[in-house]
Design a protein around this ligand. Structure first.
Ligand SMILES: [Zn+2]
Length: 84
C-alpha cells in the first residue's frame, strides 16, 4: 500500500492526504470539485495565457534595434547592415 502523502489544494488551499495519484481522481486538487472549478476557470479564459503570449510577440516585433546597447548584439547588427 502506498504511503499517504499530504498536499495543499491549489484551488481551495485545504491540506489533503492521498496515497497514489491514480487513486485520487481530483489530483492535484483535493477533490474533483476543485479540479472542475479550476478547469472552468481555464475555459473562461481567466488565466488568459493566449493573450499574454500574443502581447509578448508584439513586444518583440516593436523592439527598436537602435535602442539595443548590448555591445555584442550591436556588433552583430552592424555587421548585418554592412556598417562594420
Ligand atoms: Zn480543494
Amino acid at each position: 500500500m502506498a504511503k499517504a502523502r499530504q498536499k495543499r489544494c491549489p484551488e481551495c488551499g485545504v491540506n489533503f492526504r492521498y496515497g497514489a495519484v491514480k487513486d485520487h481522481p481530483g489530483f492535484p486538487f483535493c477533490s474533483e470539485r476543485c479540479k472542475v472549478i479550476d478547469l472552468a476557470r481555464w475555459l473562461k479564459n481567466e488565466y488568459a495565457v493566449v493573450e499574454d503570449l500574443k502581447e509578448g510577440l508584439d513586444l518583440k516585433a516593436n523592439v527598436d534595434l537602435d535602442q539595443i546597447d548590448d555591445p555584442d548584439v550591436r556588433a552583430a547588427l552592424d555587421e548585418l547592415r554592412g556598417e562594420t
